[in-house]
Write a protein that binds this ligand. Structure first.
Ligand SMILES: Nc1ncnc2c1ncn2[C@@H]1O[C@H](COP(=O)(O)OP(=O)(O)O)[C@@H](O)[C@H]1O
Ligand code: SF4
Ligand SMILES: [Mg+2]
Length: 353
């Protein structure tokens, strides 16, 4: 058995001229148990003002990818290779100081849990105003005005009063809004939202997603929306990147990926989702097994131990040869286009809307 190690996206080795261009990104952690290949050859592009949804089960490398874009990995025990170009600037070669300047001003992150991002010791207003003071040289008074303005924009009632509250005086949904306000303080061109609504109930979730869409219209930010929920990307994103075991397995527009998915893993994700299954007679079809350890990922196609279609591929290709992901609309799988179409029409499409 051989394992192919060539770059995932062979034809596009150099960074493209998209606003954010990631090429053959690898993020490997040295641990006591060995090297964790959390991201292992990932490429994608994002244009200004557009939203890319990155989806995949827990542990597929979504958060690690985006922490790499923000330059937040501990460089002493993390190897980051490949290229991350933001507006033409190569971030993998940027100094800590340069990255710190970019974070907040040019790119900002919205985390899943506002409590970990907000300090309990400072008022909400001070924390929203802080990056504005730091990056724009604004006075304390201007930063406070800015904070009130942003609190209003994200839908906090009585912002003049609430600006002096501490995070614990806010509800979960309001804290999430406050964190969005904090991220927007300096009009970042790139906003990375990592499972921003996972901890919230469905109604608040929908409100926050609507809010993000409105703010994107107003601020023109590019957004990376990380989620394990395909419903969320269907609602928010222009393009989707499906990740499995630290690699991209499928990429396309939202419509293409949700309506005519091409990769067996995406089929599994979609077939196990209750709200995208139109025909109630079709039972949900969860993906068997669980995501692999990235300390010792499966050979060949990392999905092969869980894939129900390996018998359609001749020889031992699924376990022996890593499928590549060509540029553009594509899936990384050894099935032929004809095989995929046939399986899709016979087995998958009847389950989807
Ligand atoms: N600092 C770290 N050291 C070692 N392994 C890590 C570290 N951070 C993340 N990982 C591992 O990398 C893999 C991908 O993690 P992550 O990107 O957080 O997944 P998710 O897709 O759920 O966001 C997981 O197996 C996780 O355990
Ligand atoms: S390459 Fe083989 S194991 Fe991987 S998704 Fe395609 S058919 Fe399944
Ligand atoms: Mg994550």
């Amino acid at each position: 058995m051989t394992t192919q190690t060539k770059p995932e996206e062979a034809p596009a080795a150099a960074a493209g001229d998209a606003f954010l261009s990631v090429r053959d990104l690898k993020v490997h952690f040295s641990t006591e148990g060995g090297v964790v290949k959390a991201v292992d050859g990932l490429s994608f592009d994002l244009e200004r003002g557009k939203t890319l949804g990155i989806v995949g089960e827990s542990g597929s490398g979504k958060s690690v990818t985006n922490l790499a874009v923000l330059g937040l990995h501990d460089r002493r025990r993390t190897a980051v290779e490949g290229s991350i170009a933001l507006d033409g600037q190569e971030l993998t070669e940027a100094s800590e100081k340069q990255l710190e300047k970019l974070r907040g001003k040019k790119m900002a992150m919205i985390f899943q849990d506002a409590l970990t991002a907000l300090s309990p010791y400072y008022t909400v207003g001070r924390q929203i105003g802080e990056p504005y003071m730091k990056h724009n040289g604004a006075s304390k008074r201007d930063a406070r005005v800015r904070a009130i303005d942003l609190l209003q924009k994200v839908g906090i009632p009585h912002p003049q009063k609430r600006v002096d509250d501490y995070p614990h005086q806010f509800s979960g949904g309001m804290r999430q809004r406050a964190m969005i306000a904090m991220a927007l303080a300096c009009n970042p061109d790139l906003l990375i939202a990592d499972e921003p609504t996972t901890a919230l109930d469905v109604t608040v979730q929908a409100q926050i997603l609507d809010l993000l869409k409105d703010l994107q219209q107003e601020f023109g930010s590019a957004i990376i929306m990380i989620t394990h929920d395909l419903g969320v990307v269907g609602n928010m994103a222009d393009d989707i990147l499906v990740m499995y075991a630290g690699r991209a397995v499928e990429r396309g527009s939202v419509r293409e990926v949700l309506k005519t998915p091409q990769h067996p893993y995406t089929w599994g994700l979609l077939s196990s989702m209750p709200n995208l299954t139109s025909d109630v007679d079709e039972p949900l079809m969860p993906i068997p097994g669980s995501p692999p350890s990235l300390l010792n990922p499966p050979s060949g196609c990392a999905f092969h131990p869980r894939c129900g279609f390996t018998d359609l591929v001749s020889g031992e290709r699924c376990s022996g040869e890593r499928p590549t992901l060509p540029g553009g609309r594509a899936a990384a799988c050894h099935l032929t286009g004809e095989q995929r179409q046939q399986v899709f029409i016979e087995k998958i499409q009847p389950r989807l809307g």
